[in-house]
Design a protein around this ligand. Structure first.
Ligand SMILES: *[C@@H]1O[C@H](CO)[C@@H](O)[C@H](O)[C@H]1NC(C)=O
Ligand SMILES: *[C@@H]1O[C@H](CO)[C@@H](O)[C@H](O)[C@H]1NC(C)=O
Ligand SMILES: *[C@@H]1O[C@H](CO)[C@@H](O)[C@H](O)[C@H]1NC(C)=O
Ligand SMILES: *[C@@H]1O[C@H](CO)[C@@H](O)[C@H](O)[C@H]1NC(C)=O
Ligand SMILES: *[C@@H]1O[C@H](CO)[C@@H](O)[C@H](O)[C@H]1NC(C)=O
Ligand SMILES: *[C@@H]1O[C@H](CO)[C@@H](O)[C@H](O)[C@H]1NC(C)=O
Ligand SMILES: [Zn+2]
Ligand SMILES: [Zn+2]
Length: 570
């Protein structure tokens, strides 16, 4: 994008004429072009994350046929100037109102070499249009020094062959000239919306970047719309032909750890092409082949907890739970295609103590399950080779780290794992042949919370769908009165790709008891089953345990007493 008419060479076609090609922009004085938040970028859709805060935009005077004032060939691009203080954009996750000042274009050459600046999954569109707005109230010089001073709306332009030449684009391109000038009046009756056409404005990507021409100031909140504007190929050709400018775009820049987000309406591919069964290329035995995978590491999870080899650690004390009783802590429930995940409100729920050594922020709660059959096993951890019906994972991130840092730190994450078993009272009547060897277990939680939670499952049957949680459920409600003082501890990993070895695991000994029919809703409503990873080799790791209840004085005294009683009666 172009704010100034600096003497620079953008055009690859002008290579021979100029030494300041894009790779040398960083050498220009006062340039930010070599910094870490540069634009454009390649948008890799499998790495994009949906952000529910990217609401609809509000556009002011985009439909007005009187706001496009003039058109200028400035030697680097063609720019349409707008009437001042009449066109505005807000919403769309932008912080406040932005005042739109101009739009301009990037294109390739007459040989049909495409020339968009952004690319998606490596695909370059024929052209790109940039609508440039400054934070309302800021002058250009102030805006370029503000990290969110400028909002640019980027539209890809796709070449079509249909006979129908769009009238607005015909009119716009009729003004193109190879004469650099200060601008000719556009007396035409076209609006910005006429050019945008029927692009779905609720589908867009968002990231923080820079101007794409020197000085490349890192001041731009970028919006790149997912759907292209379709324009006839003959009209697209007019840009290089009539202006004499070719290949006016900057190549993609490194992301340097930035995250690209998408509005909720934007279709995204499944974020990881992996699965638990054999219905995809990457089942658990192939997860190590996925990009950036740690799945073949030496401290992987889950594991089989062999109780014989567990070591007691006196430092494993009780946890401190903050806001676990908050009945409005769950923001929404989503079906990721691999699990059902309850995403919590940011920075509200916390856990510490329990030998963790740091305060951890609770991010989400999710589940692992087997099939809808009453005797199915679906937990990830197994104890002495016994697999429980389900397992619940409460995922926490060290509060002092960003998520990105946390997944690269050996104790960056702490996951609390709870086994889930059926309460007995709800066994189906056709089940009478099944011998019960243990006394009837009582539910460890009031079933109301589990009923409420599972009542949302029917609304998220589609992968990637989510539903806002409005009913009251706290994490404490789900845990009920399960014993939280007795647990196992070991160093492990995430149990899904990329299997980062960043998790301090806590696996509680007592299971949560949940109504069998509610448990069955996970496989039946989500539409998939057996979502657990097999146990991984322990290698040289140790599993620790809280001091067991039998080592505390109470039972010892009791057994001594019993011994005495026995002696007495003998
Ligand atoms: C956003 O806009 C779309 C289409 O214009 C509409 O269907 C949807 O309801 C809007 N969403 C909100 C939250 O206003
Ligand atoms: C929209 O443009 C008209 C003139 O075309 C102007 O009178 C009006 O103030 C503009 N609206 C806003 C909100 O700026
Ligand atoms: C781009 O245009 C081509 C040719 O008309 C068409 O086949 C294709 O679907 C268009 N792409 C998009 C994303 O609209
Ligand atoms: C612009 O005006 C011409 C007549 O002057 C008319 O034929 C055309 O439909 C108008 N275009 C738009 C986009 O309103
Ligand atoms: C699931 O997706 C289908 C089509 O893809 C749609 O018709 C249906 O309404 C969606 N269901 C829910 C609950 O969102
Ligand atoms: C986990 O690893 C750290 C660092 O290697 C070590 O200090 C700690 O004792 C380990 N914890 C467990 C439970 O093995
Ligand atoms: Zn631009
Ligand atoms: Zn899990």
């Amino acid at each position: 994008m172009h704010l100034s008419s600096l003497l620079l060479c953008l055009s690859l076609g002008a290579l021979v004429k100029c030494e300041h090609t894009p790779s040398h922009w960083e050498d220009l004085s006062g340039s930010f072009c070599g910094e870490k938040r540069q634009s454009p970028i390649d948008i890799v859709t499998s790495h994009v994350e949906t952000d529910s805060n990217l609401h609809n935009f509000t556009f002011v005077n985009f439909t007005s046929q009187h706001v496009i004032k003039s058109i200028v060939n400035n030697g680097h691009t063609v720019k349409c100037k707008l009437e001042e203080n009449e066109v505005e954009v807000s919403g769309g996750g932008l912080d406040g109102v932005y005042s739109t000042i101009q739009f301009h274009f990037h294109w390739g050459d007459t040989e049909h070499h495409p020339g968009s600046e952004h690319t998606t999954n490596g695909h370059r569109y024929p052209m790109e249009m940039h609508i440039v707005s400054l934070k309302k109230g800021l002058a250009v010089q102030q805006a370029v020094n503000d990290s969110e001073g400028i909002a640019v709306l980027g539209f890809f332009i796709n070449a079509t062959e249909d006979e129908d030449l769009s009238e607005p684009w015909s009119m716009l391109t009729s003004y193109l000239t190879n004469v650099e000038d200060t601008g000719v009046n556009m007396s035409g009756n076209i609006s910005i919306n006429d050019l945008i056409g029927n692009v779905d404005l609720t589908k867009f990507y968002r990231y923080m970047g820079s101007l794409t021409t020197p000085s490349c100031n890192e001041a731009v909140v970028w919006t790149v719309f997912q759907e292209p504007i379709n324009v006839n190929k003959k009209l697209i050709e007019r840009f290089p032909m009539k202006t004499g400018l070719t290949n006016v775009y900057r190549p993609p820049q490194a992301l340097n750890g930035r995250q690209v987000f998408a509005s909720p309406a934007t279709p995204l591919p499944p974020s990881h092409p992996w699965c638990y069964d054999d219905h995809c290329e990457h089942n658990p035995s192939h997860w190590h082949l996925l990009p950036q995978s740690h799945c073949a590491g030496k401290r992987q999870s889950p594991i089989d907890i062999k109780t014989q080899s567990v070591v007691v650690d006196e430092h494993l004390d009780d946890f401190t739970y903050t806001q676990f009783d908050n009945k409005h802590a769950i923001k929404y429930i989503t079906n990721t295609g691999h699990t059902v995940k309850c995403v919590l409100k940011d920075g509200l729920v916390e856990v510490s103590g329990g030998g963790l050594g740091y305060v951890y922020s609770t991010l989400q709660v999710h589940f692992h399950w087997g099939t809808a059959s009453h005797d199915s096993g679906g937990s990830e951890h197994v104890v002495d080779s016994h697999r429980y019906p389900m397992e619940m994972h409460i995922v926490n991130k060290r509060k002092d780290l960003s998520l990105k840092e946390a997944v690269q730190t050996p104790d960056g994450l702490a996951v609390l794992g709870f086994f889930i078993e059926a309460t007995d009272g709800t066994k189906s009547s056709g089940d009478s042949g099944h011998e019960q060897t243990h006394p009837t277990p009582k539910p460890t939680s009031d079933m109301t919370a589990w009923k409420t939670l599972t009542s949302y499952l029917s609304a998220i049957q589609n992968t990637s769908s989510q539903v806002e949680v409005t009913k009251e459920i706290s994490i404490d409600d789900l845990l009920g009165n399960v014993n939280r003082s007795a647990y196992y501890r070991y160093n492990g990993s995430l149990t899904t790709p990329s299997c980062n070895e960043a998790v301090v695991w806590t696996v509680f000994k007592e299971s949560i008891r949940v109504d069998q029919n509610l448990m069955m809703m996970f496989p039946t409503e989500a539409g998939y089953h057996n979502v657990f990873r097999p146990a991984q080799p322990l290698h040289s790791r140790k599993i620790y345990s809280t001091p067991s209840a039998s080592s505390t004085p109470g039972p010892i005294i009791l057994s001594l007493l019993l011994a005495c009683l026995c002696a007495f009666f003998m």
